[in-house]
Design a protein around this ligand. Structure first.
Ligand code: NAP
Length: 305
């Protein structure tokens, strides 16, 4: 089984972005800018935003972190978005999801200028992708395509199955695979006999948010399996059941940090059947931030064309 590691590719993508930004600063006196907006105190969101800001610093993107209180209203957030839309030094705007329940997520996403929508969530960008003319594509699925290309995994003609139909991962993933001439099936929580469908896939992408859910019986022998899930597991017995030979190392992580990360794919079972598999952590997650940097550079270039 070949591990599809994301670290080297992510580093290369960030290096290319950095080089392009240095040239932009030198030749046009322009530095791309990204505004990250976060509402409330969700600790996972705080970590995600911090990682994105850190990546901006690495590649030379100017960044702002707007952390608003949990009680923020839709109107207040709209006001901030409008001011960011109007600023010339801000090329990309992202609102870290999920937003607190009193905020209308759809209204906020639709308020972002599509030219600054580096997350690719605005209906204009979703529509462009569906039409096969993508501009900004959500970072996780486009990062997966880069990873598949980097490892020379054939997409054209493959039977591809995407499990999960979220706006962030599943749906755009299916669109991108279709655009690359795969035969695509999308599964979700109402799919009858999930394993019967996933077993036919040469290329299986899983994004459901359930620790180790996809097991041996879901996977076609030799298939390429992309595990998007990021779930925290803190029960030592569950860790032993999921990680097989790697369990001791994971139990050490658990003892130090109180939890360890596991994907939606059962790592020990998948390792027996899959031909290629993304590790968690160390696979898809690293590419997501790198692709966000690439999208921000793209926004800065397109806005100045
Ligand atoms: P989401 O919005 O929670 O959607 C989950 C999807 O999975 C839904 O379409 C749901 O079906 C489907 N589903 C749930 N249980 C299922 C089951 N038993 N069988 C088949 N389908 C099932 O998910 P998301 O935002 O895409 O996130 C999924 C996972 O990826 C999470 O672990 C998240 O943390 C991770 N993630 C990682 C990255 C990264 O950078 N690595 C980025 C984004 C997300 P219905 O539509 O029928 O409800």
């Amino acid at each position: 089984m070949i591990k599809l590691e994301g670290s080297q590719l992510a580093a290369r993508i960030k290096q290319d972005v950095q080089t392009a930004i240095e040239r932009m600063v030198q030749e046009q006196d322009v530095r791309p800018g990204l505004a990250a907006v976060r509402v409330g105190d969700d600790p996972a969101s705080a970590i995600y935003v911090r990682n994105k800001i850190r990546a901006c610093e690495e590649v030379g993107i100017y960044s702002e972190h707007h952390a608003l209180p949990e009680s923020t209203t839709t109107a207040e957030l709209l006001e901030l978005i409008a001011s960011l839309n109007a600023r010339d030094d801000i090329d990309g705007i992202l609102t870290q999801l999920p937003l607190p329940p009193q905020i209308d997520e759809t209204v906020i996403i639709e308020a972002i200028d599509p030219a600054k929508d580096v997350d690719g969530f605005h209906p204009v960008n979703v529509g462009r992708l569906a039409l096969g003319r993508p501009v900004f594509v959500p970072a996780t699925p486009i990062g997966i395509i880069e990873l598949l290309d980097d490892y020379g995994v054939e997409i054209r003609g493959a039977n591809a199955c995407v499990v999960g139909r979220s706006q962030i991962v599943g749906r755009p993933m299916a669109q991108l695979l279709l655009q690359r001439d795969a035969t695509v099936t999308v599964c979700h929580s109402r799919t009858r006999d999930l394993a019967a469908v996933t077993q036919t896939a040469d290329l299986l992408v899983v994004a459901i948010g359930r620790a180790g859910f996809i097991g041996r019986d879901h996977i076609k022998p030799g298939a390429t399996v992309i595990d998007v899930g990021m779930n925290r597991v803190s029960d030592p017995d569950e860790v032993r059941a999921l990680f097989g030979g790697e369990a001791d190392r994971r139990l050490d992580v658990l003892a130090k940090r109180g939890a360890t990360l596991v994907g939606d794919v059962h790592p020990a079972e998948a390792a027996e059947v899959a031909g290629k598999l993304t590790p968690v952590p160390g696979g898809v997650g690293l590419l997501t931030v790198a692709m966000l940097m690439k999208n921000t550079l793209k926004a800065a270039m397109l806005r100045r064309q």
